[in-house]
Design a protein around this ligand. Structure first.
Ligand code: PLP
Length: 344
């Protein structure tokens, strides 16, 4: 008897509908990095593709290849971490769209495309202020020039222009958007039509119509993970799709011992700061050890009963995150891959 993470695919589908309706006519790119935020990549991609999601955001090439194998040849798959010519070659062979945010990677991709005898599909990334990756504004014109040269030679095709923003304050996001617009003008001045533009993730795409452009890259809200300190699930209209349950292992003087611990991904700092759902209602989590945890007793507690640690009827990932000054995504992705996933 161990902990189980149950993913509610009907709830996932409702979230997809809410997000898509909200951002339309912009296209949804479902972000599935970190094993679909630890919900399990293959079932999530299969379900989303079946319900009309046409674009997936996969972070790295290995994940992109898994999405390709799962979603089939027609899915748009965007990866934005590509290291070296060989990896670029694998990505191009699988027809992945490549985000490129520096001049060296552009050259590596060009070499790989020539070797593959196929055109690489590029989305050029401008750094709009996060300084993570992306071409700095002062280097942007030369970068675009070089990409256009490679496009004219048929080595690459410029599919899109994109960036990533902090979504921490409207003022910062507005400044980032102004830099993005300036970068777009450089590309458009070269006479390019129909460049796929994408800038926003969950929060900005939901709140701010001007940030949606042609496509939005959304992970968190599709999994029902709201922003810490932001609007609630009731306002957003989404709900967490995963519930985490664990069995009662033993009854003791100190409390009821439950079969989930920090090794399973439950941060020990949440001991004393969260409650769980028992058959007799909510009880305080007293302490989280490595292999198990200790919960305040309830009448009728018995070995084998299941206790709800997270999800529907108890704390959401973001509730738990807020209790430790973190974000919901972090709580979600910490659930160990060794915890069994079930789908319903
Ligand atoms: C993770 C990520 C997203 C999705 O962010 P959410 O807030 O989970 O919607 C979008 N774009 C990039 C580049 C990302 O890394």
């Amino acid at each position: 008897m161990t902990a189980v993470l149950t993913v509610d695919l009907a709830a996932f589908q409702r979230n997809l509908d809410v997000v898509r309706e909200r951002v339309a006519p912009a296209e949804l790119m479902l972000v599935v990095k970190d094993d679909a935020y630890a919900h399990g990549l293959e079932p999530i991609v299969t379900h989303a593709a079946r319900h009309g999601v046409r674009w997936f955001g996969a972070f790295d090439v290995a994940t992109g290849l898994r999405v390709r194998a799962t979603a089939g040849p027609d899915a748009g798959i965007f990866v934005w971490m590509v290291f070296g010519v060989e990896e670029a070659r694998r990505a191009i062979d699988a027809a992945l769209d490549l985000g490129v945010g520096d001049a060296d990677t552009l050259e590596e991709i060009a070499l790989a495309a020539e070797a593959a005898g196929r055109t690489a599909r590029l989305h050029l990334k401008i750094d709009t202020g996060l300084h993570r990756n992306g071409v700095r504004p002062e280097q942007w014109p030369a970068f675009v020039e070089r990409a256009a040269e490679l496009a004219a030679a048929g080595v690459v095709e410029i599919i899109g222009v994109w960036s990533h923003i902090a979504e921490a304050s409207d003022a910062e996001d507005d400044a980032a958007r102004a830099r993005y617009e300036a970068a777009l003008r450089v590309v458009e001045a070269r006479g390019r039509q129909r460049t796929l533009r994408h800038l926003a993730a969950s929060a900005a795409s939901f709140d701010r119509a001007g940030f949606r452009y042609d496509m939005v890259r959304v992970g968190a809200f599709c999994y029902g993970i709201r922003s810490a300190g932001g609007p609630g699930e009731d306002v957003l209209g989404v709900q967490p799709i995963a519930t985490l349950d664990a069995p009662v292992l033993a009854l003791g003087d100190e409390g009821v011992r439950i079969g989930i611990g920090s090794a399973d991904g439950l941060p020990s700092v949440l001991g004393g700061r969260m409650s769980v759902g028992t058959p007799d209602g909510p009880r305080r989590m007293l302490r989280i050890d490595e292999m198990d945890c200790l919960v305040e007793p309830w009448p009728g507690a018995a070995v084998g009963q299941r206790v709800r640690i997270m999800g529907q009827g108890t704390s959401s990932p973001t509730d738990l995150a807020e209790a430790m000054g973190s974000i919901g995504e972090e709580i979600a992705v910490r659930v160990s891959p060794l915890v069994e996933r079930r789908y319903r």
